[in-house]
Design a protein around this ligand. Sequence first.
Ligand SMILES: Cc1cc2nc3c(=O)[nH]c(=O)nc-3n(C[C@H](O)[C@H](O)[C@H](O)COP(=O)(O)OP(=O)(O)OC[C@H]3O[C@@H](n4cnc5c(N)ncnc54)[C@H](O)[C@@H]3O)c2cc1C
Length: 301
Amino acid sequence: MINTVIANMMPFMPKSFVRFFAKRYVAGGLAEDAFLLTRELNDMGAVTTIDLLGEFNEDPAKARATVDMYKHVLDSIKEQNLDGNISIKPTALGALVSMEFCTENITELVKYAHEKNIFVRIDMENNPYTDYTIDLYLKLDAEMPGSCGTVIQSCMRRTLDDLKHITSTSSKANIRLCKGIYKEPSDVAFQGRKEVQENFMSALDLLFSKKAYVGIATHDDVLINGAYDLLKKHNLKKEEYEFQMLLGVRSELRKRLLAEGHTLRVYAPFGEDWIPYSIRRLQENPAIVGSAIKGFLTGGR
Ligand SMILES: Cc1cc2nc3c(=O)[nH]c(=O)nc-3n(C[C@H](O)[C@H](O)[C@H](O)COP(=O)(O)OP(=O)(O)OC[C@H]3O[C@@H](n4cnc5c(N)ncnc54)[C@H](O)[C@@H]3O)c2cc1C
């Protein structure tokens, strides 16, 4: 309740107050901040996926500027020999302008990255974009195998069907599995925590049984422990999966996963759009306000 109240008041609060909640979650305003963070995390044994903030954009010029900025990120990853890849969002790359325009932009970026041997993750947004994102991923994966992957959200009722389709279409599916951040209606998504957790475990079991490469993207101990059991059950080697975490969340868990020798990828967002992004995230999931306060008190990015 108190979290919801604070989250809804965020747009009216001073920038410095919003920064208190937001700063631990973003690398900074510039691409160079994301490169520095990647270097820092690489030195600790972690890898990153770099995300330029600014989705739900209706301006074609801004979408093209996003393509250019991502090319700069890809060039820099290569030149600076950083261990990282990129995460992109359809609504940042023109989906609100037209799907054709968005497809052109994403295709251009995936080709550019593929030539540099850098992987692209196409993030999953809210349900109007689910079919589009999966179809585009499968098309690009068929044209350029291994170039890209997408994200599947365990809150969605359709998840297991989507995964059966993906794993029967792609010769080597690459999926980030997460719960899903967007508020979705109850006919589309499970609303209960337990159902979302159970669907996550069923989805992970299915993905492992189909030999997909999975980014296990969660900070939930129930799911991490469940993943450990499935890693044993499927007898997976360390290079056959990775754990993924958000910047600023549960740094003690990050250290533990690294100490155990798992590949650990940190989501590293940057950009000037950090305030609207953070406020939106807090409003979409007010529980994060409580987590942020808890995270702040326990310290560490
Ligand atoms: C690498 C990565 C990429 C993602 N990509 C997408 C995507 O493409 N599409 C999408 O819909 N969603 C995405 N998500 C978000 C995801 O769907 C969840 O909303 C988010 O990870 C929280 O779920 P959880 O499994 O960590 O469980 P939760 O139950 O939410 O969190 C478990 C515990 O982690 C801690 N925690 C969680 N969040 C925070 C926080 N913000 N601050 C401090 N502590 C916190 C708390 O201690 C909490 O109790 C991504 C998540 C990750 C890790």
